[in-house]
Structures are given as structure tokens and as C-alpha cells.
Design a protein around this ligand. Structure first.
Ligand code: BGC
Length: 770
């Protein structure tokens, strides 16, 4: 794996390494140190609204913000604009100068912003991230429920599932004493090797926007602020602190920014985290274009922008170009938003009005999301309903598992006498993705860290065993082999009725996968097993797409992603048919890297002798993922939207009506098989003439319908007009070109079933698509 240099990670050596953690644990035991106390806070709601009129819940968040803001001194306003990393320096391998652990922070968490007791403004306790309540590297991690990875949730194509998962992890965060969750990973998959693809929602602006938007909405149903991130174009981890992504405004608005815009409109996140990278020459956290123009002016965003941990690079440019809160001190080179910001305000380089705007945005998000009215009560994790939450994550995993290939070997035959399970520690657990989003399971990892190099490790498995799940559901004799000895694996496969190879690709923040092959000789393992037994099933636990040189020789392939803390059970239920798979790919699986826009990961090389690495996102522009494949006529290994079932469906009755800015499409799905199951009807639009689109077609809507055998369900989708338009940068309008458009009903980007033609009149919409 190619890794970003640790020096480039900023002043603070990010996370305690394995050694440091061990040393720290010994120190903790030796000195009997207690974990830093969680500070209980008197409920400001108890204060009289006469002395604190902003506590009047009958007023709007904007009115309440204005009332409290006018009581605040400049130092108080600045207090809200400066956040601390919240992991004690003593745990760091190399303690960092100037870093003072915030006493009121929650231990081993991402961040803390002090409150102001005088005015009853609560502190902000920040936790990562998208699959649950994370813990920074620690000898005593919090043990919580983890959802399947973000990409797995996107693979469910089910907004309700995304909301339910968000609501569950938001509850755990609040019960753990947090009121800001750094969740809402929303970067489009522009590179299948991106080490953080597992945290995001795939390659399509509509699907990723709808899924992440609903996940954020779920989180924020808990009196918690959620944080859409990483704004924007944080498309790879290699050189993430310096890389400059070049992209035109039009391509940006029709791709990654559209995904963010849709997610923002649905999820209404109180905060948005600007990214590490540069965009068109400017750091994302001091990009006037991204923060002031697109986000605040064009979209009308009222919440605040926080920096990623170590992504602030200045005081005056950052504040004036739209950054509201510096996060995670001391990851940055300097505490830009502390004394220096005060001086800049006193000297007039940053206006008083701008500081009011910055503090006002933080306060508005806090009022709007209930942080004043339902103050977190500290750690009440003992009251979390883990049994109920295990069901939520299990359902999420089951909805997101994608059956990629099946020649009939699945569901596992009840008559099988012997099944050999091989590899990926499937005897004891399932894999999770690494980095700041790491959630530790109840009971901790059943497997010792195999990465051994600190962040983004430890490589962590969740104690939910697929093998035990299979054993409990079949009469077969189920045995396990670790798969390290290929000959032994092949011999065991030859003498078993069915062989199931579990293959894994561990990915994590800060490192990209070097290529799309499964690591550690697993391709050879699968090939050897498949040669020995034609009834070989492959279960993948990967961060994103991988290539499958053995695919023609195996009987079935199941993509289980990182399936979360009930993932083993979910996989077993799908393999045995207790659950009918219904996931569909949220990203194209390329046949090879050569098919992708940047076969060489840019940023690994310094192009044009530039002083910092850059990558050209104008190569694909808005034609991300399947759009790129369509445009180039390239045949992927598995297409965007693909996913099989154990039953059969008939999709029919497609009709479409256009009127003004609105286009609706209806269709019917019938379960024509013998098992209950869910199918995702996908509607793509393709201009008949040249409408100036980036690619031949776009996903315009989808609906997942659960059906009993013989039953039918009808879906009507309304197409977002931005998905019919192109963006004009000069006038800042979305424009639909008059003409005929194909409305295509499909089960994947390459499996069209029927089409109708509609005529659209020319339309001009404003920058919000209205
Ligand atoms: C990550 C963010 C995360 C933050 C706090 C950064 O390294 O990029 O996603 O929220 O750390 O842990």
C-alpha cells in the first residue's frame, strides 16, 4: 500500500501507535489513573427564559442565535470557533508541544469545543463517524455497535435503511456523551483504490446524496449535529494533505457537488467539514469558491464549516474565505483561530460582522438541532439497547450484501454434507475499515492486529462469525482453514461438498489500495480452491471494487463489504437463504485499472514539476463511474446497479409524463419466483439528441420494493430536474435542453429492460435547481 508520509500528517503524530497504546495501558494500570471525568452540565433549559431569552423554545433558531450573540464578548465568540483534539497527549508516541488535552473533553474522542457557562452555551463533544461511535487509538476503546460500511448502506438502495442506521448510531453517540457526530461521508468514488471508499456512498450523485442525506437525517434525530464531509473532492488518500484536484465549475456542479447538494438538502447537516486537499489551487478550507460561493451563497447553507483535523492553514484567508471553526488542535501547524484571529479582528483584517457570522452559524446549528434544549448527559452507555441495535445493523448488512454471481449453488443446499470455510478469519469474525472512523465492537476484536503499524490500524474484526452462523443453519459438517496453505485448502475443498472462500481487502484512512487485486495471494487461493471444487462460493469483505481473475471458475460471488458488528450472522443468513439478497452495486466494478480515468494514481507523481502534486479531475469531469464506462464503451466486470436475488422479478409497465419542470416515471415490479424478496427498479435518462450531457445516461430515480411471491408493487418516481439539466457557470442556472429523452427502466446500468420516450421543453432553473 502506498502511504501518505507521516510528516505530512501535521504537527501531531496522529494516533497512538500499537507500542504507545501498550505502554499507555501499562502506565494506566501502574498508576491507577482514572479516565478523565465527563463533565455533567446544568441544563441551561432550567434557567429562566427571562434572564436567558434565547432559551425560549417558541423562538426560531435564528431568533435565539441573535439574542445570545448580542450578549457575547469577542473572546466568548472566539471560544466557539476553536476546537481541540480530545485524546490525551500522554498516549501519543511523541508528545506534541503546545498541545494541551482539553480537560472537559471526552477521552479518546475526535474533538472538543468548550461551552460558555455564563450564557448556558453547551460544549461541543465531537465523535467520529459514519458507522457508529468511534474511539481514537486507546488502550480502553469504547465498545459500541457498528453499522455496515457506508458503501454497504448505499448498496441497500434503501433510504429508510440509511435513516434507521443513522438514528441508531446517533442514539449511541448521544448516550455516550456526544452532541456532534462527524458523520456524513459524501465523496463520490472517483478512484476504486481510494482507501476511504468504504466510508462513502459510491459513485452516483443521486444515490450517494439520497443515502448519505438520509443517514444524516437519522443521526440528527437525536439532538445531535451531524457533519457532512469531506467538502470537497477528497477523492484519494495518497498525498491527501497537498494534492490539488483540478475540475471545472460545470463538471463539479454536475458531479461531486451535486451529490453534496442533494445530501445537504435531505439531511440538513448542522456542520460541514472542509477537506484536506486543494481544489483548483486553493486549500478546501480556504476556498472562497467552495465555502462562500457554492455552499453559503448558492445553496443558502446556514450551518457552520469546520476544518478537517489539520486542514486549517491560515487565519485571515481561512476566516474570510468561509471557514467558521478550526478543529482538532493541535493537528494544524498553528492555532490560527485563537489569538491570531482575535488580533486579526482587532486590526480589522477579519470584520466583526464576519466573527458574528462565524459564531452565529455554530450557535444556529446548536439551537436548530436541540443541543441547548436537550443537553447531553455524559456517558450513559450502560443504558444503550445493544440488542435492538444489533438487529438494526444486521438488517442493514443484509440489505447491503450484493449477490454478484450465482450459478445455482446458493442458497446453500440443505443436502450438503460437508462445507469447508476458508480464509479471512471467517471462523471468528468479519473485517472492518480502518482509521478515525474505527468503531470497536463489544468484546473487542477476536483477531490480533495484523497491520502492526499504528494508524489507520489496528486492523479490527468484529466478533460475529460467519462460520458459526452457517453451522447453526445447516446439517452439514462445517470446518475451517485459514487458507494460508494453498495445497491444504485445495485438498479440503476437493473432499467437501461446497467450499466457501472468504476473501478480504482491508482499507483505511490515509492509505490507498495499490491496485484492485485482493492482497496476500488470495486470488491464487481462490483459483486453487475453485480448481479443486466447482461448487466454490466466494464471499468478499472489501472496502470497494476489486478485480476477480477467477470469476469464471467459481459458482457464486457475494459482496459483503465490511458488514458491521452483526455481519457474520447477516452473511450466514444470506448464504443459507434465510434472507434473500437484495443489495445492488453503488459503484462500477472495473475489469481492470486500465478502464478507469486515471490508471496511475495521480499525486504519486509530481506532474509538470509543480510544487505540489495535482490530479486532473477534468479527465472524467462529471462522467464519474458508470458514466465514464458508458462514454468509453467499456465493459465493466460488474456494472453499477447490478445485484441478483434468489427469486425472479418482472419489471414492466414503464410510463413517463413530463410537465413543466417535472418528470415522473412509473413502473411495476412483480415477484415471479417462489421466495419473498426485494428488487430495485432503476430509472435512467438518456437524451436522444445532444443535450450537452457528460455521458450517455444518468440515474434519475430508483425504488426498492419488497414483495411476497406472486405479488406486484407499483413505483412512481419524480425526477430531480437537475438530473435532466446541465449547469451554466456564467448565469448560475440549470438548463434543460428541449428535446426527446429516453426514460429507461433497468436493473443495472448495463441491464436495460424497457424504454419510453418523453419530450422535455426547455427549462431554466436557479442554482438550487428550482
Ligand atoms: C478525518 C476526518 C475525521 C477527523 C477526526 C481526520 O483525519 O479525515 O474524517 O473526522 O480526522 O478524527
Amino acid at each position: 500500500m502506498s502511504s501518505t508520509s507521516s510528516a505530512a500528517r501535521g504537527a501531531l503524530p496522529r494516533y497512538a501507535r500499537k507500542l504507545a497504546a501498550t505502554t499507555a495501558l501499562t502506565a494506566l494500570m501502574a498508576f491507577g489513573a482514572a479516565a478523565p471525568a465527563v463533565f455533567a452540565q446544568t441544563s441551561p433549559a432550567a434557567e429562566s427564559t427571562a434572564s436567558r431569552p434565547w432559551m425560549n423554545t417558541a423562538l426560531s433558531a435564528s431568533e435565539r442565535t441573535a439574542l445570545v450573540l448580542k450578549e457575547m464578548t469577542l473572546p466568548e465568540k472566539l471560544t466557539l470557533l476553536f476546537g481541540y483534539f480530545s485524546t490525551d497527549n500522554q498516549w501519543q508516541k511523541t508528545p506534541v508541544k503546545n498541545y494541551v488535552y482539553p480537560e472537559k473533553g471526552l477521552p479518546f474522542s475526535a474533538g472538543f469545543v468548550p461551552g460558555i457557562d455564563r450564557l448556558g452555551i453547551p460544549a461541543q463533544w465531537q465523535t467520529d463517524a459514519g458507522v457508529g461511535v468511534a474511539t481514537q487509538t486507546s488502550p480502553t476503546p469504547r465498545q459500541r455497535t457498528a453499522l455496515p460500511s457506508g458503501i454497504a448502506t448505499a448498496a441497500s438502495w434503501n433510504p429508510k435503511n440509511a435513516f434507521a442506521g443513522g438514528a441508531m448510531i446517533g442514539n449511541e453517540a448521544w448516550m455516550s456523551g456526544f452532541n456532534v457526530q462527524l458523520a456524513g461521508g459524501m465523496n463520490l468514488m472517483r478512484d476504486a483504490r481510494n482507501g476511504r471508499n468504504f466510508e462513502y456512498g459510491g459513485e452516483d450523485p443521486l444515490l450517494a446524496g439520497v443515502i448519505t442525506g438520509n443517514a444524516m437525517k437519522g443521526i440528527q434525530s437525536n439532538n445531535i449535529i451531524t457533519t457532512m464531509k469531506h467538502f470537497a473532492f477528497n477523492g484519494q488518500e495518497t498525498n491527501r494533505f497537498t494534492i490539488d484536484h483540478k475540475i471545472s465549475d460545470q463538471a463539479a456542479r454536475q458531479s461531486d457537488l451535486l451529490a453534496f447538494q442533494i445530501a445537504y438538502e435531505i439531511g440538513d447537516p448542522g456542520s460541514i467539514m472542509c477537506a484536506y486537499n486543494r481544489v483548483n489551487g486553493f486549500y478546501a478550507c480556504e476556498s472562497n469558491y467552495l465555502l462562500n460561493e457554492v455552499l453559503k451563497q448558492d445553496w443558502g447553507y446556514k450551518g457552520y464549516v469546520m476544518s478537517d483535523w489539520g486542514a486549517t492553514h491560515s487565519t485571515i484567508p481561512a476566516a474570510n474565505q468561509g471557514l467558521d471553526q478550526q478543529s482538532g488542535w493541535a493537528f494544524d501547524r498553528s492555532n490560527y483561530f485563537e489569538g491570531a484571529l482575535r488580533e486579526a479582528v482587532n486590526n480589522g483584517y477579519v470584520s466583526q460582522a464576519r466573527v458574528d457570522d462565524m459564531a452565529g452559524r455554530v450557535l444556529w446549528a446548536m439551537f436548530d438541532n436541540g443541543l441547548f434544549d436537550n443537553v447531553v448527559k455524559g456517558d450513559q452507555a450502560d443504558k444503550i439497547d445493544y440488542a435492538a441495535h444489533a438487529k438494526v445493523t444486521q438488517t442493514g448488512a443484509e440489505e447491503g450484501i450484493v449477490l454478484l454471481k450465482n450459478t445455482g449453488v446458493l442458497p446453500l443446499a440443505k443436502t450438503a454434507k460437508s462445507i469447508v470455510v476458508i480464509g479471512a478469519h471467517a471462523d471468528v469474525g468479519v473485517l472492518s475499515g480502518g482509521g478515525s472512523s474505527q468503531v470497536y465492537p463489544i468484546g473487542l476484536s477476536p483477531v490480533k492486529d495484523e497491520f502492526g503499524k499504528g494508524f489507520p490500524g489496528p486492523k479490527t474484526w468484529y466478533p460475529s462469525s460467519p462460520m458459526k452462523g452457517i453451522q447453526a443453519r445447516t446439517k452439514a459438517n462445517v470446518t475451517y482453514l485459514d487458507g494460508k496453505d494453498l495445497n491444504a485448502a485445495a485438498a479440503a475443498a476437493a473432499s467437501a461438498d461446497i467450499a466457501i472462500v472468504f476473501a478480504e481487502q482491508w482499507t483505511g484512512e490515509s492509505i490507498d489500495a495499490p491496485d484492485l487485486n485482493l492482497p496476500d495471494n488470495q486470488d491464487a487461493l481462490i483459483a486453487a480452491v475453485a480448481k479443486a471444487n466447482p461448487k466454490t462460493v466466494v464471499v468478499l469483505e472489501t472496502g470497494g471494487p476489486v478485480v476477480m481473475p477467477w470469476v469464471d471458475n467459481v459458482a457464486a460471488v457475494l459482496e459483503a463489504w465490511y458488514p458491521g458488528t452483526s455481519g457474520g450472522e447477516a452473511i450466514a443468513r444470506v448464504l443459507t437463504g434465510e434472507v434473500n439478497p437484495s443489495g445492488h452495486l453503488p459503484a462500477t466494478f472495473p475489469a481492470s485499472l486500465d478502464q478507469t480515468p486515471r490508471p496511475i494514481l495521480e499525486g504519486d507523481v509530481k506532474l509538470d514539476n509543480d510544487s505540489h502534486p495535482h490530479s486532473d479531475y477534468n479527465i472524467d469531469g462529471a462522467a464519474v463511474g458508470y458514466k465514464w464506462f458508458d462514454k468509453r464503451g467499456a465493459k465493466p466486470l460488474f456494472a453499477f446497479g447490478h445485484g441478483l436475488s434468489y427469486t425472479t422479478f418482472q419489471l414492466s409497465g414503464l410510463s413517463a409524463q413530463a410537465s413543466g419542470k417535472s418528470l415522473t416515471a412509473s413502473f411495476t415490479i412483480k415477484n415471479t419466483g417462489k421466495l419473498a424478496g426485494a428488487e430495485v427498479g432503476q430509472v435512467y435518462i438518456s437524451p436522444v439528441g445532444d443535450a450537452g450531457w457528460e455521458a450517455p445516461k444518468r440515474l434519475a430515480g430508483f425504488e426498492k420494493i419488497m414483495l411476497k411471491p406472486g405479488k406486484s408493487g407499483k413505483a412512481t418516481i419524480t425526477v430531480d430536474p437537475r438530473l435532466l439539466a446541465t449547469f451554466d457557470s456564467a448565469s448560475k442556472t440549470w438548463n434543460i435542453k428541449a428535446g426527446d429523452y429516453k426514460v429507461i427502466l433497468a436493473t443495472s446500468a448495463t441491464e436495460p429492460l424497457s424504454e419510453v420516450i418523453v419530450h422535455l421543453d426547455a427549462q431554466t432553473l436557479n442554482v438550487k435547481g428550482q
